[in-house]
Design a protein around this ligand. Structure first.
Ligand SMILES: Cc1cc2nc3c(=O)[nH]c(=O)nc-3n(C[C@H](O)[C@H](O)[C@H](O)COP(=O)(O)OP(=O)(O)OC[C@H]3O[C@@H](n4cnc5c(N)ncnc54)[C@H](O)[C@@H]3O)c2cc1C
Length: 419
């Protein structure tokens, strides 16, 4: 068997077998005959969320369904497809997803399972678009769950860390296709960002701020405007309008990024920062991210600014985004409009450890929820206590996976049934 590592190379999966079924019935047979099995998407998570000492199963070889239902404003997609596989199909049908993450390289099911998000004051995380799931549960049964038909349990089954079964297909809400133009401002002083935080994050459909903590400034603020053309002023909140395309990570080629300078393009070629045909982000890196109630954004920025000397040597870039609240029990934005503080670290776990601990300590007063797919050392019991529906999720895990086929150490640490 080929050795399998995650995208970043910081996790070597322990799985005895990595299965690639070519059909759903074949997948059902594999689940039925495996004592312990767990789905893997495109392995872009940095945490141990996908790791198992049982078997892994990738759905990348299942038939690639993208069934558009324009009347219902919905698309049913195979779970193993990447956003970059489905977005052009939607665009050619005149449709769009409301939002995307910074990269389109990730599988839909993997992104949904971890509560992956983009940015935007009114944009919820990507899982909030899910209206139905087809799931192979323990023993190999195939079931369908729908948001409308099962309002009690459905919100617990979408962001589910792979712990309730193997998702084979997802149905997603879609909206009419739209164009986006992105502009970037450089070198905005933190003081001006703090004074106008809400004004800045609401200045466009999706806004991302970047800093490397080497100065008390946002090195870049990306504004992704939907709707009519805008004519941005040359200076804004102390920053200046970029005159060339840029990459958020210093020294990386701007050509890896989606076009800027106000050039209009379809939603899927502007909402992600990174183009599907290139390596996203820095390529050599670790990542952490913490979501907190957005009312704490300015205070949290100040707290991190105070430890910038600890962060700067090991941060390649940090990104600050906003995410609208949702009702998905394990979503890091559950029931709270959120601000997300992200860290793209250097690829050296021991050098990063003190800075990660310092960032977590600085954010503690704001009760951060770590991104499920990224690195955190906050004790699992503390994190679990920040999810009001965690006990209900534990009951769902027991209901859907009585024998514990899909459980792993990572999910058990937070959500062990009876725990
Ligand atoms: C360069 C880079 C940029 C990133 N940018 C963002 C960003 O902008 N926003 C953000 O929120 N996150 C971001 N992430 C994190 C990323 O979105 C998550 O790690 C996401 O889970 C990756 O999806 P995946 O398909 O690789 O999932 P994997 O890592 O393969 O799996 C994650 C989890 O999903 C489960 N899973 C996968 N497929 C299935 C299935 N079919 N059925 C049931 N469970 C399944 C797995 O069991 C596992 O628990 C980024 C990561 C990288 C490497």
């Amino acid at each position: 068997m080929e050795p399998l590592a995650n995208w970043a190379g910081n996790v070597q999966f322990r799985a005895a077998n990595v299965y690639r079924p070519a059909s759903v019935p074949e997948l059902q047979r594999m689940v039925a005959s495996s004592a312990k099995i767990r789905a893997i998407g495109t392995a872009h998570s940095f945490s141990l969320v996908a790791d198992t000492d049982g078997d892994l199963v990738s759905l990348a070889s299942l038939p690639p369904a993208v069934d558009v239902d324009t009347g219902a404003a919905a698309v049913r997609v195979s779970a193993g497809l990447r956003y970059s596989d489905i977005a052009p199909r939607l665009q050619s049908a005149g449709l769009a997803l409301a939002n995307l993450a910074s990269l389109p390289h990730i599988s839909v099911a993997g992104a949904v399972a971890t509560g992956t998000h983009g940015s935007g004051d009114t944009n919820q995380n990507l899982a909030a678009a899910v209206s139905a799931l087809e799931l192979v549960t323990s023993g190999g049964d195939l079931i369908q769950l729908r948001r409308e038909a099962d309002p009690e349990r459905f919100p617990g089954l979408v962001v589910a860390l792979g712990a309730v079964g193997v998702v084979t297909n997802l149905t997603l809400d879609v909206v009419p296709a739209f164009a986006v133009r992105q502009w970037v401002y450089e070198e905005l002083p933190f003081a001006q960002v703090a004074a106008a935080f809400d004004e800045i994050t609401s200045a466009a459909y999706s806004v991302s701020m970047f800093t490397d903590w080497r100065s008390q400034r946002m090195t870049q603020v990306w504004l992704k405007h939907a709707g009519p053309a805008t004519f941005p002023p040359p200076h804004w909140h102390g920053g200046r309008l970029a005159s060339t395309d840029v990459h958020p990570v210093s020294g990386m080629p701007a050509g890896n990024c989606t076009p800027q300078l106000g050039r209009p393009g379809p939603w899927h070629e502007r909402l992600p920062h990174f183009r599907p045909e290139f390596t996203p982000s820095a390529g050599e890196e670790l990542q952490s991210e913490f979501l907190l109630s957005r009312e704490h954004a300015v205070e949290a920025l100040a707290a991190l600014g105070r430890i910038s000397a600890t962060l700067a040597p090991v941060v390649q870039v940090s990104e600050i985004r906003t995410v609208a609240a949702d009702d998905l029990w394990l979503s890091p934005a559950y029931a709270r409009d959120s601000v997300a503080f992200h860290f793209t670290w250097v690829p050296d776990a021991s050098a990063v450890a003190p800075a990660l601990a310092a960032a977590e300590a600085a954010l503690t007063p704001f009760e951060p929820r770590p991104h499920w797919g990224k690195l955190s050392t906050i004790p699992a019991a503390t994190v679990a206590g920040r999810y009001p529906r965690m006990n209900d999720f534990r009951r769902l895990v027991a209901e859907f996976d009585g024998p514990g086929q899909f459980r792993n150490e990572y999910a058990d640490a937070y959500a062990r049934p009876g725990g």
